[in-house]
Write a protein that binds this ligand. Structure first.
Ligand SMILES: Nc1ncnc2c1ncn2[C@@H]1O[C@H](COP(=O)(O)OP(=O)(O)OP(=O)(O)O)[C@@H](O)[C@H]1O
Ligand SMILES: [Mg+2]
Length: 188
């Protein structure tokens, strides 16, 4: 399959057909046993890992929460992010109202025994990380699966507004994702 640069490509398919596996191969979490994965006509096995990571933003299906503040949890995507960059990522991921509800806002500690985020809130935190990383190639695994219609609409709007110069590959069952996708690829 080809993922043309500058397009939004959606991967659909029933559970277990390999959507997440495909996305992870592009991140080089594993090397393929058969075939090759190429980016800009270069086999990713020949691309330096730091360079590959700099150019790819990956949002996994489960967003990991570190025992740290919400601010630091988002900034793992870009440790030296400025306050403006952080603000923009939070806004793009529709996370602002979550922060306003937390006792210490962005400084609220997350993790075991501390403030907990709901699945949908964690997912928006994962999206904020992806937006903050601001890579040319965004790889999103079920980015809105746990969100209600209102928050999903906010995310769709942000993704559509951030596609300039970006290539976005997303795995999603949601028919709503078709609205922002140029191409759909079905796995079976
Ligand atoms: N780490 C792994 N090692 C071996 N097999 C795996 C591993 N991860 C997933 N699989 C298997 O590979 C197949 C594809 O899994 P994958 O997670 O890519 O599916 P998916 O299309 O993303 O499904 P879903 O819609 O449920 O997220 C499944 O049969 C799964 O059991
Ligand atoms: Mg999956």
């Amino acid at each position: 399959m080809d993922i043309p640069q500058g397009h939004v490509v959606r991967v659909v398919g029933e559970s277990g057909t390999g959507k997440t596996t495909l996305l992870r191969l592009l991140m080089r979490f594993w090397d393929p046993q058969k075939g090759t994965v190429e980016i800009s006509n270069t086999n990713i096995c020949d691309i330096n890992s730091a360079c590959l990571r700099a150019n790819e933003a990956f949002m996994s299906q489960d967003t990991y929460v570190f025992h740290a503040s919400l601010r630091d949890n988002i900034k793992v995507a870009k440790l030296d992010a400025s306050a403006e960059e952080l603000e923009a990522a939070i806004s793009a991921a529709a996370l602002q109202e979550v922060i306003e509800r937390l006792p210490q806002g962005l400084d609220t500690m997350l993790g075991t025994g501390e403030a907990q985020l709901s699945e949908g809130e964690r997912q928006r935190m994962g999206l904020a990380r992806a937006f903050l990383h601001n890579a040319a190639f965004m790889i999103l695994d079920e980015p809105t699966s746990n969100l209600d219609a209102l928050n999903e609409a906010a995310i769709l709007y942000s993704l559509a507004a951030n596609t300039q110069g970006k290539t976005i590959l997303l795995a999603s069952h949601r028919p709503t994702m078709a609205a922002i996708s140029d191409i759909s690829i079905s796995l079976s």
